[in-house]
Design a protein around this ligand. Structure first.
Ligand code: ATP
Ligand code: LTN
Length: 330
């Protein structure tokens, strides 16, 4: 029997944080043995925020190398660059025609990002979630592993699939988000009310997957906690709760076990250990990453083969969609 499809994407918009790793990439790896997985580097999405062309090219290869270094295996899953499969942009256009402005206007990510660049708002930022829906629906995706912040976009993808199916007859599978219980929203180390984000101006607010050990130790030591002094998993202590989620993701130890281990020990020892589990979790990834970035030919083979495979599946969906909306076959 054919395996169920998983699709997800990461933007090549800068260095990846441990939020991207814990909320997304780490789970991609766990799914590749049981599902037919497509993992994309979404460069079309990245240009919704102004990018320097040569940095975008570099960041795109870096995300691919990070995927591979984290354990994604091109023999098991399809790794590709979004702009290499033109059908993504084409399906977006069709889905735009059934998207309501009102619903797009309610997207919180759009509201937040547009607030930051009120002057020169571009139309692509507004239709960003429609492109994301096209990515997902293109592959008849069952599950979409993402961080908590993407829930609303997934809801839109589901709505568009249902609307298209109702209007033109059954065409798309209606996808489900796959959001984990812990670590689905890693918070800003300096302001644990906000999501950890690579686009934050203050570099102490995030840890990059490529940060060196001393930087990681320094950033964790500076992470904002509270004056309660107990390592307990509660919303009243958002800084500590966040560090516990990070510890859990890198060590595999349960939240209960972490509470037990640090009972009565205060924050100093806990923070030192959080830094060490991050460092040892990232070490093999960082080593492999350096080797991969040195082997551009291999990266090129991976993304070329990935695009070829993705293209084949994508064209099947796009042809069906074009036929259903009434375009004449070429
Ligand atoms: P930015 O923070 O710059 O707006 P982003 O990191 O949210 O960008 P992507 O790189 O496309 O955007 O995110 C890739 C994946 O990482 C998504 O599934 C997203 O939900 C997840 N992710 C991003 N930040 C976090 C976080 N702080 N905690 C958990 N998951 C996250
Ligand atoms: N919008 C997502 C990235 C993304 C994505 C996707 C995730 C683009 N297309 C398809 C899952 C499925 C973000 O995390 N910022």
């Amino acid at each position: 029997m054919a395996r169920k499809v998983v699709f997800s994407g990461v933007q090549p918009s800068g260095g990846l944080t441990i939020g991207n790793y814990i909320g997304a990439i780490k789970n991609f790896v766990d799914l590749q043995d049981s599902y037919d997985c497509y993992y994309c580097i979404v460069d079309l999405h990245a240009i919704t925020i102004p990018q320097v062309p040569k940095d975008l090219r570099k960041n795109t290869l870096e995300v691919l190398a990070t995927y591979l270094a984290s354990g994604l295996d091109p023999k098991k899953c399809t790794l590709f660059i979004q702009s290499h499969v033109e059908a993504h942009a084409e399906l977006t256009w069709v889905l735009n025609s059934i998207s309501y402005m009102g619903q797009l206007n309610r997207m919180t990510q759009y509201k937040e990002k547009s607030r930051k660049s009120e002057e020169n708002l571009n139309a692509a930022l507004f239709t960003y979630p429609v492109l994301m829906a096209a990515d997902i629906l293109m592959y008849q995706t069952e599950f979409v592993p993402v961080g908590d912040d993407q829930k609303q976009h997934l809801e839109l993808a589901r709505d568009l699939a249902e609307r298209f199916n109702n209007r033109y007859s059954e065409t798309f599978k209606v996808p489900e988000p796959l959001i984990q219980q812990f670590g689905a929203r890693i918070m800003d180390l300096q302001n644990p009310g906000d999501k950890m984000s690579k686009s934050n101006q203050n570099e102490n607010s995030y840890i990059l997957m490529l940060d060196d050990p001393d930087t990681i130790r320094r950033k964790i030591r500076r992470a904002i906690t509270d004056s309660i002094g107990e390592v307990i998993y509660t919303d009243d202590q958002p800084g500590i709760k966040n560090l516990m989620n990070i510890y859990n993701a890198f060590s595999g130890d349960s939240i209960d076990a972490i509470e037990d281990r640090y009972r009565g020990l205060g924050y100093g020892k806990f923070k030192d250990d959080v830094a060490e589990v991050i460092i040892s979790g990232l070490k093999p990834i960082q080593e492999r990453y350096i080797e991969l970035m040195d082997n551009k030919d291999y990266l090129e083979t991976v993304y070329r083969q990935g695009a070829e495979k993705a293209q084949f599946t994508a064209m099947k969906t796009l042809r069906k969609v074009y036929r259903k909306v009434g375009f004449i076959q070429k």
